[in-house]
Design a protein around this ligand. Structure first.
Ligand code: 13P
Length: 302
């Protein structure tokens, strides 16, 4: 299987000129045109069109990714951006459920607040620990289901486009390659300490992929990113990574692509990539430095 490395730029860099420079410096490091490795760059929405132009002008082989996508196709959803909109400006890959969205200001918090308010309305008593725990569980379930709907929009988009192309053989292809959902899963430090890692991952897969058939899993890549490992400089240990990847594969498809993410650095890449079942990495901090990112992608030439 081809290795895939995702560069998740998150809320970086601060200007479009710096974003262009960063992409050019990936190419200067020899990362464009690799034969056995795919590079996907998950950039801030606002930079997508300009970077697509740069990629086309210079003939770079980098693919463009979005860091989030709406669960809706269109309609009255201010501030949201749909899969079709992103595909129309050149995005082919979509991060879904990144931990910074699952765990910070993101989807879950909005809905956990709604759920908490509902609990307050239903209860005249002071909210106790058990109620809070129940509301949190409900919010997590809601999040996984919503992420499932986001994955479904990608799958449905592909099917709709293929159908159209089949019906209109003469029409210029709308999609040169199918869209791919990169579904991010991972446990918190608390869940890890309680020995719940595999249960949490199982739930995230079960709910998030509930509506996706085994055949349609070809449009899905899984990124295993332990939430406590992101941006902390601490990677999960090889045995835990191996165990998680094995379980993910057994619950999905034997040929599904699984990436590891969480403080992957030039000095840890070869050890992580040597773990059975790891097909690449999703890199945050180190992807902002072209040389570091290049050392990770070219881990075998170390
Ligand atoms: P770091 O590589 O900075 O830990 O981030 C990983 C990540 O969040 C990739 O999506």
């Amino acid at each position: 299987m081809t290795n895939t490395f995702g560069a998740n730029w998150k809320l970086n860099p601060v200007t479009i000129d710096k974003a262009k420079d960063l992409l050019d410096s990936y190419a200067n490091e020899g990362l464009s045109g690799l034969v056995d490795t795919e590079i996907i760059v998950f950039v801030p929405y606002i930079f997508i069109s300009d970077l697509k132009r740069l990629i086309d002008e210079k003939g770079y082989t980098f693919r463009l990714g979005a860091q989030n996508v709406s669960e809706h196709e269109c309609g009255a959803f201010s501030g949201q951006i749909s899969a079709a909109m992103l595909a129309s400006v050149g995005v082919t890959e979509f991060l879904i459920g990144h931990s910074e969205r699952r765990g910070g200001y993101e989807e879950k918090v909005v809905h956990s607040q709604d759920i908490m308010i509902e609990k307050i309305r239903q209860s005249v008593n002071v909210i106790d620990e058990a109620t809070i725990k129940a509301a949190k569980t409900e919010a997590i379930e809601y999040t996984n289901e919503m992420l499932g709907r986001k994955i479904s929009t990608i799958v449905e988009y592909n099917k709709h486009q293929w159908e159209r192309q089949e019906q209109n053989q003469n029409e210029k292809p709308l999609l040169l390659r199918p869209l791919t959902a990169l579904y991010c899963i991972g446990e918190t430090l608390e869940e890890k300490a309680e020995g719940k890692t595999l249960t949490v991952l199982e739930k995230q897969l079960e709910k998030g992929l509930a509506k996706i058939s085994s055949d349609d899993l070809k449009y899905v890549i899984i990124a295993y990113e332990p939430r406590w490992a992101i941006g902390t400089g601490k990677s999960a240990n090889p045995n835990d990574i191996k165990e998680a990847h094995l379980m993910i594969r057994s619950l999905t498809r034997s040929d599904i692509k699984i990436l590891y993410g969480g403080s992957m650095k030039p000095d840890t890449a070869s050890e992580i990539m040597a773990i059975k079942g790891v097909n690449g990495g999703l890199i945050g901090g180190a992807s902002l430095n072209a040389q570091d990112f290049s050392k990770i992608v070219k881990y075998h030439s170390k």
